[in-house]
Design a protein around this ligand. Structure first.
Ligand code: AMP
Ligand code: MG
Length: 335
């Protein structure tokens, strides 16, 4: 198949209207989308990804009013969107327009991406555009056009070329249906910010899913996500530094974390001085949790591409940006 790779939003919007499948960047990760109004087009997204049929897609909108036209938004939903949209927040809402995909659910996951070019494309597509992350099911999401091209050129009808993702991990998902609002997936918009608008937000803790049968859980939580082929080890700062100090250059191991610079070997020599391969693609230095999240999936992807068998990931720093990042790292080690 010939894939139209272009930054022309009009051409790519035409494809969506014709029932075609288009890969596009958002501020979180790349998405693979089709018109929410065309079931057969949405089903092709599942086929291409190898995605289980009971894992629904997020519908991407260009404005709050376009969401209110097809869903029960309510006061709280509107307040959340006004505070956090456009941005990486997905809300699960009751559906008003029952014809939207997936027809068998009476709820819809909705979100407004940050990039104005993408919103213009959605509007021209006579959206919404239903999309999961653009990756093969179970693999980490993609955040680089070069990786998207490797997987999807020749497979989808179009690829929208626009600003690359900057947040790097998938949106925060909050359910506003059921007995109480619930955080279904942590992300860059953190629970402490959400609690200011949703003081009764249910936030899953370790093991809490089993105890709270009444809380609507995202079907997505059923599936393993975000894991590279390489074995991922979540390492404390000490373990991370120790593994670097004792590294065996013949082994195919890679590292992502904060603590490269600080590693002092004997006589004040720095790690970087002793290993000329310091800047090689085995090492990914991050300066903050946000920077870590932005680089994580692309690093996983490049490690798998290079055939590394182990990736040491340093634990996130406590505080801002920790919640979503820790969740993705824990998912990556849980396979
Ligand atoms: P992704 O597949 O990475 O794009 O993530 C989409 C997430 O949104 C998955 O966790 C889905 O299960 C979740 N989701 C989409 N629609 C719904 C819905 N109607 N109710 C609950 N979760 C949903
Ligand atoms: Mg995904």
């Amino acid at each position: 198949m010939k894939t139209l790779i272009s930054s022309d939003v009009r051409l790519l919007a035409n494809l969506i209207q014709e029932g075609k499948v288009v890969v596009f960047p958002t501020e979180t990760v790349y998405g693979i989308g089709a018109s929410t109004r065309l079931e057969s087009a949405c089903l092709r997204v599942y086929e291409i990804k190898g995605r289980p049929k009971d894992n629904p897609l997020i519908a991407h909108f260009h404005s709050i009013e376009s969401i209110a036209a097809v869903c029960e938004l309510g006061e709280v939903g509107r307040a959340l969107l006004e505070r956090f949209s456009p941005g990486p927040l997905t809300l699960i809402l009751p559906k008003k327009d029952k014809s939207l995909f997936p027809k068998e659910l009476d709820t819809l996951a909705v979100r407004i991406p940050k990039n104005p070019v993408v919103r213009e494309w959605i509007e021209l597509s006579r959206g919404p555009v239903s999309a999961p992350s653009a990756n093969l099911s179970g693999r980490p999401s993609l955040t680089k056009l070069s990786d998207v091209l490797r997987y999807f050129d020749g497979v989808v009808d179009g690829i929208l070329v626009a600003e690359e993702p900057s947040f790097g991990i998938e949106s925060t998902v909050v359910s506003l249906v059921g007995k109480s609002p619930a955080l279904l997936r942590p992300g860059s918009i953190e629970s402490n910010e959400l609690l200011k608008i949703l003081p009764k937000l249910w936030i899953p803790g370790p093991g809490s899913q089993k105890e709270t049968g009444s809380v609507p859980l995202s079907p997505g939580t059923k599936y393993k996500h975000y894991a590279p082929t390489a074995r991922v080890i979540l390492a404390s700062k000490e373990e991370f530094e120790f593994s670097l100090k004792t590294m065996n250059e013949s082994k195919s191991t890679a590292w992502i974390g904060f603590s490269f610079e600080e590693i002092e070997l004997n006589e004040g020599k720095k790690f970087g001085d002793l290993h000329p391969i310091f800047k090689s693609d085995r090492f990914c230095f991050v300066s903050s949790n946000e920077d870590y999240a932005a680089k994580l999936y692309a690093f996983f992807e490049s490690c798998d591409f290079a055939g590394f068998d182990t990736i040491f990931c340093e634990v996130p720093k406590p505080g801002k940006g920790e919640e979503g990042l820790r969740n993705r790292l824990e998912k990556a080690i849980s396979i």
